[in-house]
Design a protein around this ligand. Structure first.
Ligand SMILES: [Zn+2]
Length: 342
């Protein structure tokens, strides 16, 4: 019988301090050339081992080979100039120095496929691979060529589909698209956001997921959250359309967030990765707190469709805290698993 409540993480995990400056986003690499390639693979092995020791069921690369969840993918594409950077407001929230689209975008070679093959060789457990979603990609650069967010999103969707098909062939079980932008640009989500996401998953036989969150625990995000009031109803905007889409799994933020749990009802029928670990706090959840979040979610999602997860990536946390949080996630899921089997 299939294990109930399989645990996973939203994606990124902290990197070792010999590879990159810890607790920092966009942290520069500390190694070069061949040493960097070897270092990234060693970090991936370490990250996998830490997930396994914590008892995580669906494992990932911990995003050890990428500097950032969006820009590292874009960096590998033609048509994007990384020297010519512009400062833009991303997620309508904070300014970041981003690359410029200067010509037709294209994927001349695979981006993460070798990394995925490497992870596949290391474990027989199910593996999940994260890619940026089309809308979040266009929101993390400056477009000086297409001059249309929608047009560029369709181009990226085609490129993501090429990458996803090769990741599937490399043995990835779940391909996840990160779309924090879905929590910000509601009209675009419904006009073309979900449609471009479906283009990105076209023809895939493996499972597909979309991760929508309130971001890493960085100051710009925590300040933004303070402006959102006591009830965060952003998911209400995208969920009805996602419920009708071909996406299999929706990954969302729950623990310590002000998202009303009943919004999960809007995606009834989908598998739900329920965020039971707060990534914006150094406080380690107790297993009982994790179990409590999962029990609340069970009112709106069938047990065989509930996947305990983290609210978002844990890249900016310390390794010790991330490890402890993963162990709490496993222990909390086990409490509820026992309850369900009684
Ligand atoms: Zn996230």
């Amino acid at each position: 019988m299939k294990k109930l409540l399989p645990t996973s993480t939203a994606g990124s995990l902290p990197k070792p301090s010999w590879l990159a400056e810890p607790e920092t986003l966009w942290s520069p690499w500390k190694l070069q050339d061949g040493g960097l390639i070897e270092g990234k693979q060693d970090a991936l092995r370490l990250s996998l081992q830490e997930q396994q020791h914590a008892g995580i069921d669906i494992v990932s690369d911990g995003e050890q080979t990428r500097q950032h969840f969006v820009t590292t993918f874009i960096e590998h594409l033609d048509g994007v100039d990384f020297e010519n950077r512009k400062t833009v407001r991303i997620r309508d929230r904070y300014d970041a120095s981003v690359p410029t689209v200067v010509g037709a975008v294209a994927r001349k070679k695979p981006v993460f496929v070798e990394d995925a093959k490497f992870l596949r060789q290391q474990t027989k457990q199910p593996i999940k691979w994260a890619l940026p979603g089309p809308m979040t990609m266009i929101d993390t650069l400056y477009d000086d060529h297409y001059k249309s967010r929608e047009k560029l999103a369709w181009e990226f969707a085609t490129i993501l589909n090429q990458e996803a098909k090769e990741l599937e062939a490399a043995g990835v079980d779940i391909i996840q698209f990160d779309e924090p932008a879905f929590n910000v640009f509601f009209d675009e989500v419904n006009d073309w956001g979900v449609a471009t996401l479906e283009r990105a998953i076209e023809g895939l036989k493996c499972e597909t997921a979309v991760h929508i969150c309130y971001g890493y625990g960085i100051k710009a995000n925590t300040d933004w959250k303070k402006t959102l009031g006591s009830e965060w109803r952003q998911y209400e905007e995208a969920f009805p359309k996602l419920q009708k889409s071909n996406i299999d799994i929706v990954s969302l933020e729950c623990h310590n967030s002000h998202v009303p749990m009943e919004l999960i009802e809007l995606i009834r029928g989908k598998k739900v990765m329920v965020g039971a670990i707060d990534v914006a706090s150094n406080t380690i959840e107790t297993p009982e707190e994790v179990a409590d979040t999962l029990r609340k979610a069970l009112r709106f999602v069938d047990a065989d469709k509930l996947y305990p997860c983290t609210n978002c990536g844990m890249a900016p946390l310390s390794r010790a805290i991330a490890r402890a949080k993963l162990s709490a996630l496993s222990a909390g899921a086990e409490i509820v698993r026992q309850e369900l089997s009684n």
